[in-house]
Design a protein around this ligand. Structure first.
Ligand code: AMP
Ligand code: TRP
Length: 336
C-alpha cells in the first residue's frame, strides 16, 4: 500500500520552543512511520520580516539538526532546506497570479504581524501563505501536521487547489492535490509563560515567555519559577478563569507522557509551590536527551551536510515533477 505523503516545516527564526515541539515536531516524530514524510526548514519564510544575513544559514542548519535531535528518522522522512529547491519560489509566482489579493489580506497571521512591522510590511509578508501553499503542493502532500495557528493557511491552500483545478484542470485530471491539515488537540496551542491567553511565540520580546528546546536546566528552572500563576490552591484543567493553570498542567501532561486524568488527579490538591519544581524537573528531563543529540549532530557538520544534500535531491525530484505539471496546465511552452 502506498503511504500517504506528509509535508511540514518550521522557520529558522530563533530557537525552537516548546510550542513548536509539542504543537508540531513531536507529532511529526510520533506518526512518521505511518507516512512518507518531507520536513523542510522554511528559510524563505524567515525573510518575510527583517532578518540578519549573518545568522540565516546557521539557523537553518540548527533547525535541521533539531529535527534530527527530536527523533526525525531518515528511513521514513526526508529533511531539506526550502531555498535549496528552487521550485518553491517558481511555483509561488505561478500561484500568485491566481490568488485573489483579498484572500491574503484576510489572513490573521498577516494582520497580526503587519501591526508589529508598522511601515515596514513587505510584499513577502503578505505573500507568505502562497509560498506555504507552494511548499505543500510541490510534494502532492495529503496531510500537513501543524499547530492550530496554521489552520487558516492550510484552508487557503485548499481554496487555491480548488481554484487551480477548476480553472486549469481537464476532466478527470486535476492539476494539484488537495491537502488536509493534521492538528492534534493536545499541544496544538501552547501558551506563553507570562500570559496564559497568548500563544508561546518566537517573536515575543520576553525570553521569560517561552522555554526553548536548547535552554540549559538553570534557564528552565528560572523561567518556570517566574512564570505567571494565580493565587488559587488546587490545580485544574479547563477553568476559563485560570488560563495559566490549564497551560502549565497541559505542559506537565505532555512532557511527562501521562494521561490527562492521571495529571488532573495527581495535581488536584497541589499548590504552585509544589507543582513548579515538579514541572521544572519534568521539562529538564524531557529536553535533556534532545539537547545531547543536538550537540552530537552539530559536532559533525559534514554528516549534516550530506543529509541535507540527499534531502535536497529527493525533494527536487518531486518538486520538479509537480512544477512541470502546473506549467503545462497553465499553458507554458516547454523549455528548449
Ligand atoms: P513557526 O515557529 O511559526 O515556524 O511554527 C512552526 C510550527 O510550530 C507550526 O506548525 C506551528 O503551528 C507550531 N507552533 C508555533 N507556536 C506554537 C504554539 N504556541 N503552540 C502550538 N504550536 C505552535
Ligand atoms: N507557516 C508555518 C509556520 O509558521 C511554517 C511553514 C511554511 C509550513 N511552509 C509550511 C508549515 C508548509 C507546514 C507546511 O508555522
Amino acid at each position: 500500500m502506498v503511504k500517504q505523503r506528509v509535508l511540514s516545516g518550521v522557520q529558522p527564526t530563533g530557537n525552537l520552543h516548546l510550542g513548536n515541539y509539542l504543537g508540531a515536531i513531536r507529532n511529526w516524530v510520533e506518526a512518521q512511520e505511518q507516512y512518507d514524510n518531507y520536513f523542510c526548514v522554511v528559510d524563505l519564510h524567515a525573510i518575510t520580516v527583517p532578518h540578519d544575513p549573518a545568522v540565516l544559514a546557521d539557523n537553518s542548519y540548527a533547525i535541521a539538526a533539531l529535527y534530527l535531535a527530536c527523533g526525525i528518522d531518515l528511513t521514513h522522512s526526508t529533511i531539506f532546506i526550502q531555498s535549496h529547491v528552487r521550485a518553491h519560489t517558481e511555483l509561488t509566482w505561478l500561484l500568485n497570479c491566481i490568488t485573489p489579493l483579498n484572500w491574503l489580506e484576510r489572513m490573521i497571521q498577516f494582520k497580526e504581524k503587519a501591526v508589529k512591522q508598522g511601515e515596514n510590511v513587505s510584499v513577502g509578508l503578505l505573500d507568505y501563505p502562497v509560498l506555504m501553499a507552494a511548499d505543500i503542493l510541490l510534494y502532492d502532500a495529503d496531510l500537513v501536521p501543524v499547530g492550530e495557528d496554521q489552520k487558516q493557511h492550510i484552508e487557503l491552500t485548499r481554496d487555491l487547489v480548488i481554484r487551480v483545478n477548476d480553472q486549469f484542470g481537464t476532466g478527470e485530471n486535476s492539476v494539484l492535490k488537495l491537502p488536509k491539515p493534521l492538528i492534534r488537540k493536545d499541544g496544538a496551542r501552547v501558551m506563553s509563560l507570562s500570559d496564559g491567553t497568548k500563544k508561546m511565540s518566537k517573536s515575543d520580546p520576553s525570553e521569560l515567555s517561552r522555554i526553548s528546546l536548547l535552554d540549559p536546566p538553570e534557564a528552565i528552572a528560572k523561567k518556570i519559577k517566574r512564570c505567571k500563576t494565580d493565587p488559587i490552591k488546587g490545580l485544574e484543567f479547563d477553568n476559563p478563569d485560570r488560563p495559566e493553570c490549564h497551560n502549565l498542567l497541559s505542559l506537565y501532561q505532555l512532557l511527562s507522557g501521562q494521561s490527562r486524568e492521571a495529571v488532573a488527579a495527581e495535581c488536584a490538591e497541589m499548590g504552585w509551590g509544589q507543582f513548579k519544581p515538579l514541572l521544572t524537573e519534568t521539562a529538564i528531563a524531557a529536553l535533556e536527551p534532545i539537547q545531547a543529540k543536538y550537540g552530537e549532530i552539530m559536532g559533525d557538520r559534514t554528516a549534516l551536510e550530506t543529509i541535507l544534500r540527499e534531502g535536497r535531491q529527493k525533494a527536487e525530484a518531486s518538486a520538479e515533477a509537480v512544477l512541470a505539471r502546473v506549467k503545462t496546465a497553465l499553458g507554458f511552452s516547454t523549455p528548449l
